[in-house]
Ligand binder design. Structure first.
Ligand SMILES: [Zn+2]
Length: 282
């Protein structure tokens, strides 16, 4: 018997995209790769012969409780492809201590009380990340957009959903990565319930505003503003960019953002300069 080689990364991505980034039977966004033809017989990895099943449906298939025919039919009409959005998935946030980390910056609220609202990141008056407590339950809300201002991923009161027409979404353990193309990460989130969400990397976009989240910096491309390791504690709004800043004590505000009349190339050059200066200071 030859050792079974791993499924190549690019093939896995192709399978994820075809299956709508979820179990083909129920849409669950945490899944395993399942060979529809028995490995022992075919001994090959072919994208079209592999599908996605969640643990429960994988187990049922293995135990003969989910017929092969049902898996094949679901593979041809994946659950998440039917509506264009993934099935909602509950994230287990709870308690009164909450925190957004964005690169090496941190916005937190300790002891959030019932009825209170904390928006660690706001663009043009819209909270991209927000926590509130309602009837003793901590609720996390999150939204991220693409360049066309269309939501691509959302957490609505702890329930995660995403657009299933993206190029790639890969969720492994706590880390969810959205890619726009090969090697191009649009957003990488790390969920650490009960209290923390971390935007590790990516581009946050809204109404022509771009906030780059690098490994150890935040950078607003429009106005070439380079920020590292900023932090707020117990400010109802942590970091606000753009217009319509909520009038409730924002910790850090970037206003007067240029929408169209800025030079992206120059901004990127400035960012590279900031990063190399920082490295030489280390
Ligand atoms: Zn399933």
């Amino acid at each position: 018997m030859t050792q079974r080689p791993p499924i190549p990364q690019e093939m896995k991505r192709e399978i994820r995209q075809r299956c709508g980034f979820g179990c083909v039977v129920c849409g669950m966004p945490l899944y395993e790769y399942e060979h529809m033809l028995e490995w022992a017989e075919v001994q090959r990895h072919v994208a079209g012969e592999i599908t996605l099943l969640c643990r429960q449906h994988h187990g049922e298939k293995t135990n003969g409780l989910l017929p092969k025919e049902v898996v094949v039919a679901s593979n041809q009409n994946p659950y998440n492809k039917q509506t264009g959005t993934s099935k909602q998935h509950l994230l287990h946030y709870s308690g009164q201590m909450v925190r957004l980390r964005a690169a090496d910056s941190c916005f937190e609220y300790r002891d959030l009380s019932d009825g209170a609202f904390f928006a660690p990141l706001v663009i043009d008056g819209l909270p991209l990340v927000a926590f509130r407590i309602e009837q003793d339950e901590l609720l996390l809300n999150f939204i991220a957009f693409n360049e066309l201002n269309k939501p691509i991923i959302q957490i609505v009161d702890n329930e995660l959903i995403y657009d299933t027409n993206l190029w790639d979404i890969e969720w492994v353990a706590q880390t969810l990565t959205i890619r726009e193309g090969r090697g191009r990460i649009l957003l990488q989130l790390v969920f650490s319930p009960p209290s923390e969400i971390h935007i590790r990397k990516g581009r946050l976009l809204r109404n022509g505003i771009e906030l780059l989240v690098g490994p150890n910096y935040l950078f607003n491309t429009n106005n070439s503003i380079f920020l590292g390791a900023i932090a707020t504690v117990n400010c109802p709004v942590g970091f606000a960019i753009g217009d319509h800043t909520p009038n409730v004590g924002a910790g850090i505000v970037l206003a007067g953002i240029l929408r169209y009349e800025f030079d992206r190339k120059q901004a990127r050059q400035y960012l590279r300069r900031c990063l190399s200066e920082r490295r030489s200071n280390d």
